[in-house]
Design a protein around this ligand. Sequence first.
Ligand code: PMP
Length: 454
Amino acid sequence: MPAMATGNASYSARDLAHVWHPCTQMKDHEVLPMIPIRRGAGVWLEDFEGRRYLDAISSWWVNLFGHANPRINAAVRGQLERLEQVILAGFTHEPVIALSEALTAIAPAGLTRCFYADNGSSAVEVAVKMSFHYWRNVGKSAKRRFITLSNSYHGETLGALAVGNVELYKDIYKPLLMDVITVPSPDCFEREPGESWAEHSRRKFAHMEAALAQHAGETAAVILEPLVQCAGSMRMYDPVYLALLRQACDRHGVHLIADEIAVGFDRTGTMFACEQAGIRPDMMCLSKGLTAGYLPLSAVVTTDSIYSAFYDEYVKLTAFLHSHSFTGNPLACAAARASLDIFRTDDVLDRNRALAAHLGAKARELEAHPHVAEVRQHGMIVAIELVRDKATREPYPWQERRGLTIYRHALSRGVLLRPIGTVVYFMPPYVITPEEIDLIVQVAREGIELATCD
Ligand code: PMP
């Protein structure tokens, strides 16, 4: 058979005839090759012509322990032989029970109840509705607004889009979205020269304090991404902001929703990013790494006190009647349990600490580059921000799409990087080796040279 019949080109042609891809201007594929993947193993993806790509972004930040991980494969395979799916209303199953026990055991103390959905955006919808509905149930129906940070991202469904703030995704849909109160982000890229992350984050908290003081009576919850605004160009801030926010939410009687969808499961150096501030949110949204990136699943983990506000005689109509067909799918729960087992048995946090130190040190070698404004890090997330002018921090015009040059170069060198604008970042699976870290940083360095050489 000729190579073309089974190679990348034939899959690409079949794909482009019918598949409409996410987050993509499909016209780009007139010049940008589609990459069909036939298998994955560990950090590596392999296309239909045998070319390999190191998945340095964990396939949109979901993968934790590599593709086709033998332990997770076995768990999913075993579950498949027993039960693939069952309605979770009125019925239950062992994987969802065991997963809920395991999650509440590792979550910040006091988060004891798990409500499931099947993707990150849906978890955010659940948390937003749950907070609003809680306040209704306790007789405070004026509390129906949400406070959110500038540059935040919480997903693409209409409620999640409304509480997010990345203009590129949100602007066009604004006529469809609920009105929210947006407070300036503590984003430390914007700190003054000589100011520490903690000082800057603390200073920025004044805006949040003012918004809470003014709007607490009409506000159900503050929602934010702890420590890293991932889709918002991997902008980062100090844990002190979360500690101050917890105190202020308590003072003002407002829920705190922590969207740990991207940063949960040791992405930032602790199992959950909130731990670094020693706080317990009222609701914690989890997805992505929840199943180690295997299957769609999300959870909102919350407190007994919130749960209790929905618990009453049916006719009082206080129940939380939210549902998705695949809520708590057994295969996904089995993958999630296997992933948490790996955390339990394999010293993942210690190993990640060493890998993160290596990744950070390597990436910081790029700090001296004339177009690198900053190399920033929280654990296993490292970002390199490029600018046209280092002295003034003037950005490159977005229309130049310089990140695309880096993306293409990296693919040609066997690495999957996917810069956000001109922010190159690494968020690799935890099974990456130090040598593979050296490779991804070296390839990023070459891509940055290429993209900034004029
Ligand atoms: N919240 C955060 C912080 C995210 O990073 C994402 C996904 N990038 C979402 C929510 C939405 O999750 P999903 O794509 O599964 O809907």
